[in-house]
Design a binder for this molecule. Structure first.
Ligand SMILES: NC(=O)c1ccc[n+]([C@@H]2O[C@H](COP(=O)([O-])OP(=O)(O)OC[C@H]3O[C@@H](n4cnc5c(N)ncnc54)[C@H](OP(=O)(O)O)[C@@H]3O)[C@@H](O)[C@H]2O)c1
Length: 299
């Protein structure tokens, strides 16, 4: 099968598409024939070697953490899904013609393949963070860094839960924030004052998506610093905020919630698609840190 791979850390030029052996589904896993796999910021960080703690890459590796596709192998102990089912979810080395998923849900027939391929990581992350913060009907929440993959989905899920959302992005993305249901605010110097002036009142929670705003500026917006949850600032705990990198919550339940929302168009994910041969282009865009919506590879 063809797969996106790297033989060493570096920039987008290090990405190659090459033939490798298909992976096998282990216990509790399924394998899919991939129709769409997204490119996340974490993939760019892995490409750069930022997650490797200074070590060289020991052996060539594939990339990608989410995908949509058709089930073609079922691992031991898996129930509730059959060969031939359309699914999307989370897995490993998904930017390939075949990939193993570790959590999944049925893809509603009305949901486009590329959108389903885009949804896994961002929806699971958004739901995990909103659950940690206890965001629901009547809550007020700030999403800092809201026009990209995780942020735009977090805004929409919070809004669908009945929360009021104030959200930040660059000046160019203010209309987009309004479109997805948030009160828009420009990030950068003076952002906390602009949030206070937005008419939101007291905030119940802050989702630090971008990890770019000083954590003290964010904790200053809530009564309890633990009501700030960061997914990108790994020093945030020093200021009393919480950091999540996964492991909490139930990814199967989160994916099922995302599927229901996608089917009802309560969640709309903008996608830009690339065939595997254009993978370098997709990574160059994700590297900018200013993607609107999601980038999706179509193997
Ligand atoms: N911990 C976890 O479980 C987890 C899971 C998924 C992702 N992540 C991490 O979360 C981060 C965001 O991922 P993503 O996929 O949403 O990235 P993305 O699609 O590139 O979006 C980045 C967002 O950050 C905004 N931004 C850029 N500079 C900013 C600043 N100075 N202040 C506030 N916002 C700013 C961008 O707005 P403009 O485009 O308008 O500039 C955009 O809305 C990445 O670091 C990723 O690795 C963590």
């Amino acid at each position: 099968m063809r797969a996106v791979r790297i033989h060493g850390y570096g920039d987008a030029e290090n990405l190659v598409v090459e033939d490798v052996t298909e992976p096998r589904a282990g216990s509790g896993e399924i394998r899919i024939a991939v129709t769409a796999a997204s490119v996340n910021r974490i993939d760019a960080k892995i490409l750069r070697g930022s997650m490797a703690g200074g070590e060289h890459l020991a052996e060539p590796t594939g990339l990608g953490f989410d995908a949509a596709g058709v089930v073609d192998e079922i691992g031991a102990g898996v129930t509730g899904v059959e060969v031939g089912d359309d699914v999307f979810g989370l897995g490993r080395q998904t930017q390939a013609e075949y990939a193993v998923l570790t959590s999944w849900t049925a893809k509603p027939a009305s949901v486009d393949w590329a959108v389903a391929g885009a949804a896994g990581t961002v929806a699971e992350t958004a739901i995990r963070v909103l659950d940690l913060l206890g965001i629901g009907t009547g809550s007020t929440v700030l999403v800092d860094g809201a026009s990209g993959g995780v942020g735009s989905v977090t805004v929409q899920i919070a809004t669908a839960r009945g929360a009021t959302v104030v959200a930040t992005a660059s000046a160019a993305n203010q209309d987009y924030l309004r479109e997805i249901g948030a009160i828009p605010v420009v990030y950068g110097d003076g952002m906390p004052k602009r949030v206070r002036d937005s008419g939101m009142g007291a905030l119940d929670g802050v989702v630090d998506v971008a990890g770019k705003t000083s954590i003290e500026h964010l904790t200053g917006l809530v009564d309890d610093p633990a009501q700030v949850v960061s997914i990108a600032n790994f020093g945030a705990e020093e200021a009393g905020a919480r950091v999540t990198t996964g492991g909490e919550g139930d990814p199967f339940a989160a994916l099922a919630e995302a599927a229901r929302m996608l089917e009802r168009s309560e969640l709309v994910i903008k996608v830009q698609t690339f065939d595997l041969g254009r993978v370098q282009e997709a990574y160059e865009i994700i590297e900018t840190g200013h993607t609107r919506g999601k980038l999706v590879l179509l193997p």
